[in-house]
Design a protein around this ligand. Structure first.
Ligand SMILES: Cc1ncc(COP(=O)(O)O)c(C=O)c1O
Length: 378
């Protein structure tokens, strides 16, 4: 049945991340339409998706990349070729010169970091991350406005003197949210930082905008961005990660064994801990092609992995047919926060990376081996 996506899923080596080019292109067209209608620039947040073999394609639709530090700045600079914006909660002395040479925009997280490095940013656009102290979501781990957050300068700590050193302001408060949450956040930003907004050249609205999700209100986003831009005469940047490759990739895996312990447990060659760590970190149950919730279809299984971590459990699923050793399963929405976060815990091999091209052909882009495991150790 995986043939519905592609017959190739029967024969490729597993585990394998497969990027669905047609779905990526669909997202990119949406993002391009939004940026043209809103009159803003949109950057790829590489922390979510750094599959640089498709950067040239993404670069046709987006303006550049945003980096969380030196290595992502370097990757964006080398492979994407658009604008490079770097924001890091703290820059090291030893890396700053290279960060500055690679970046068009450099965003600082604190006034101390700004003052430490601002004279080493000649010719670069300097920004400061602010904290609007406006939580629009429940998860503290993904809420930069949660109390005690280290992320961004609060309005009570910002002064005219500091703003005089800046070209732009940056805020990032959202996670997988719709434009109504941005509307609430923008009210807080204007209330707290309004007097500074027309003194800067640009404002970066961060990421977490789920722009390509089916129920996302893009008309509201376009209105919010264009009104804001006109009101303060600033350039607006958005830097989504998830929205770029949302629902545009799979993790194809094989059933290696089926054991019983009060229930049927399938042991896969993919691991939550190694290959989809957000499943354990967020936590969430990843969508699986042609499956139901536990008990929904005739045959239920707990899907787990071949690491020795007892909690390396992907979730409980059901199927129309009993699973057999050698069956292929296809987890969905596996392009984002997967390849960038995987690891070789337990000496697990890293999954291959492939592309299902829009014309139906398949390309193996990268295969990893023992040297990738050993190379990170000493
Ligand atoms: C500063 C910043 N920008 C952009 C993003 C991208 O967010 P998302 O992938 O949710 O769109 C993040 C995510 O944590 C972030 O911290």
């Amino acid at each position: 049945m995986l043939e519905v996506i592609s017959p190739i899923f029967r024969t490729i080596e597993t585990p394998c991340y497969v990027l669905d080019e047609a779905k990526l292109l669909k997202n990119l067209r949406i993002l391009k339409d939004v940026k043209e209608r809103a009159g803003c620039k949109i950057l790829l947040a590489q922390k979510a998706f750094s599959m640089f073999s498709v950067y040239p394609m993404i670069a046709e639709y987006m303006d550049g990349t945003t980096a969380s530090g030196l290595y992502e700045a370097k990757l964006g600079h080398e492979e994407f070729k658009g604008e490079v914006h770097t924001y890091c909660p703290a820059y090291k002395d030893s890396e700053f010169e290279e960060v500055a040479s690679l970046s068009d925009h450099i965003v600082f997280n604190s006034i101390a970091q700004l003052y430490k490095f601002k004279d080493r940013c000649a010719g670069k656009s300097i920004g400061l991350r602010v904290n609007p102290e406006c939580s629009t979501q429940e998860e503290p781990i993904y809420d930069p406005c949660a109390s005690g957050s280290r992320l961004g300068v609060r309005a009570c700590d910002l002064t005219d003197e500091v703003v005089a050193c800046l070209d732009g302001l940056h805020f990032h408060t959202l996670c997988e949210q719709n434009s109504d949450a941005l509307e609430v956040t923008l009210k807080a930003v204007e209330e707290k930082f309004g007097k500074y907004l027309s003194r800067v050249k640009w404002v970066n609205f961060g990421g977490g905008h789920h722009i390509t999700r089916a129920d996302y209100d893009r008309d509201l986003l376009v209105k919010l961005v264009s009104d804001f831009r006109d009101r303060y005469n600033v350039e607006v940047y958005l830097e989504p990660g998830e929205a770029v490759a949302l629902n545009a990739g799979y993790l194809v895996t094989e059933v290696m064994d089926i054991v019983e312990n009060g229930r049927k447990i399938a042991v896969l060659d993919a691991s939550a801990a190694c290959h989809m760590p957000d499943v354990l970190e967020m936590p969430y149950r990843p969508p699986l092609f042609l499956s139901g919730k536990e008990g929904e279809k005739a045959y239920s299984y707990r899907l787990s992995s071949r690491t020795c971590l007892a909690g390396d459990i992907i979730g409980d699923y059901s199927f129309d047919q009993p699973l057999e050793v050698g069956d292929r399963l296809c987890f969905e929405d596996m392009a984002i926060y997967s390849m960038v976060k995987n690891n070789t815990f337990n000496g697990m091999p890293l999954p291959d990376i492939g592309i299902l091209h829009a014309d139906g052909s398949y390309e193996l882009v990268r295969r990893f081996g023992y040297e990738d495991f050993k190379g990170r150790l000493s």
